[in-house]
Write a protein that binds this ligand. Structure first.
Ligand SMILES: Cc1cc2nc3c(=O)[nH]c(=O)nc-3n(C[C@H](O)[C@H](O)[C@H](O)COP(=O)(O)OP(=O)(O)OC[C@H]3O[C@@H](n4cnc5c(N)ncnc54)[C@H](O)[C@@H]3O)c2cc1C
Length: 376
């Protein structure tokens, strides 16, 4: 990096940090990512990669629109990133299905169908997926949703950003950021850099950057555990959703089953209890899969927020300091739109004011008592 200086320094090399870097460098703003371990090794590697616009939204609104926009950006990105980096991001266009077993689940899904456009009700989902239990009383088919391979998306954003002229420092930790009123000095474990802007994209570890800049910490780290099996044949291509649990078939024959939800659990082990609860749900949907070959298991910490909405935007009192964090279960879905939103904010391009307001960190400062303790 020339003179240890960049226009934008991004703290965190997960899917969000690398998406931001990609969009900024593409538009001619020199951005550098600092990642304390290897890129994409935290929440990003744990994700199933669902682009679940309709599983993640109960109603139509600005957040739903942002999710839809980000999902749709993947179509163009898949081609752009493949041409640029030769990486296939594994975009699946087969849709998602949300399964009902109980009467109240069926009612809730039919209500959802009437809320959104383009959803289809399947009275007998077993016709489509013969290995499904006959207890399934119907399914909502969301044909426009799908899934990607999160690690490949992160890696391709990373490589694209470098090809567009960006920088990356891995195995380096950002320890402290000093505000020089107009620029920043960023202290790493091994050296110092200067930057005109800083973006906090450090996932579940973002909390400290709110606290040290005088804002209440909204981050709720929420552990999720998953496992995968290898099937002898591809029984179906749609991702299935059932009571916050999902089955995502990947083109290589792996099937990802997830995920537990454990708020404020920051441990990295994958528990026997967590996996057995997922297996019980799996066997209730697919009784014949008990003989499937177990493949792998893992966990990750989702960056949740207290109000369930990501924090994307400029610090209310420190100019040029941005947050892009708190994406909870939707960081893969929202990575493209988040990268583009931060790029537009930093380059002062026009933005829908209601989107800016929805994600703004200013909502944290408005939440009662807080003290500004940040010292330069
Ligand atoms: C089990 C599970 C399943 C999921 N499934 C889905 C899904 O299907 N669809 C979906 O959309 N989302 C899903 N998610 C959520 C998604 O994974 C996250 O929202 C997303 O990965 C968050 O990305 P991130 O870049 O903010 O965080 P991370 O990927 O955690 O990256 C943050 C990075 O910052 C680095 N860092 C932290 N502090 C510092 C520092 N001081 N200096 C330098 N680097 C630092 C960390 O090392 C890390 O690499 C799932 C999550 C889990 C756990």
């Amino acid at each position: 990096m020339k003179n240890n200086h960049c226009d934008v320094l991004i703290i965190g090399g997960g899917i969000i940090g690398h998406s931001i870097s990609c969009y900024l460098n593409k538009s001619g703003v020199h951005a550098a990512v600092v990642e304390k371990q290897a890129s994409g090794g935290k929440a990003t590697q744990a994700a199933a990669g669902m682009l679940g616009v309709h599983t993640e939204n109960e109603g139509v609104g600005k957040y739903h629109q942002f999710c839809e926009k980000s999902r749709d950006m993947y179509t163009g990105l898949a081609q752009e990133l493949r041409e640029l980096t030769s990486i296939d991001i594994g975009l699946s266009h087969f849709g998602m299905m949300e399964i009902a077993v109980k009467d109240e689940e069926k009612e809730a899904l039919l209500l959802k169908k009437s809320t959104f456009r383009n959803l289809e009700w399947l009275e007998t989902p077993i016709d489509r997926i013969p290995s499904l239990s006959d207890k399934a009383s119907g399914a909502l088919f969301m044909k426009d949703d799908g899934h990607v391979e999160p690690r490949q998306v992160c890696e391709s954003f990373k490589r694209a950003a470098l090809l567009y002229g960006g920088d990356l420092l891995e195995d380096r930790t950002v320890l402290r950021v000093k505000n020089n009123q107009g620029s920043f000095t960023v202290h790493l474990d091994s050296c110092s850099l200067t930057a005109e802007h800083v973006v906090v994209a450090s996932g579940a570890e973002s909390g400290q950057w709110f606290e040290t800049t005088g804002l209440p910490n909204p981050i709720v780290p929420t552990k999720g555990e998953s496992f995968s099996i290898k099937l002898r044949e591809n029984y179906f291509n749609e991702a299935l959703f059932f009571r916050d649990f999902y089955v995502v078939p990947k083109p290589d024959g792996r099937c990802i089953i997830g995920a537990t939800s454990k708020p404020d659990d920051k441990t990295t082990n994958t528990s026997v209890g967590g996996l057995s609860s997922l297996m019980n749900l799996l066997f209730s949907l697919f009784p014949e899969w008990k003989e499937a070959a177990f493949q792998d298991f893992w966990s990750g910490i989702r960056p949740g927020t207290e109000d369930g909405v990501p924090v994307i935007g400029e610090h209310p009192f420190i100019s040029n300091l941005y947050f892009a964090t708190g994406h909870y279960r939707n960081g893969i879905l929202l990575a493209p739109a988040t990268g583009q939103l931060i790029e537009k904010q930093i380059t002062k391009k026009p933005i829908d004011p209601s989107i800016q307001e929805l994600f703004s960190p200013s909502r944290l400062a408005e939440k009662g008592e807080w003290t500004y303790e940040y010292s330069s």
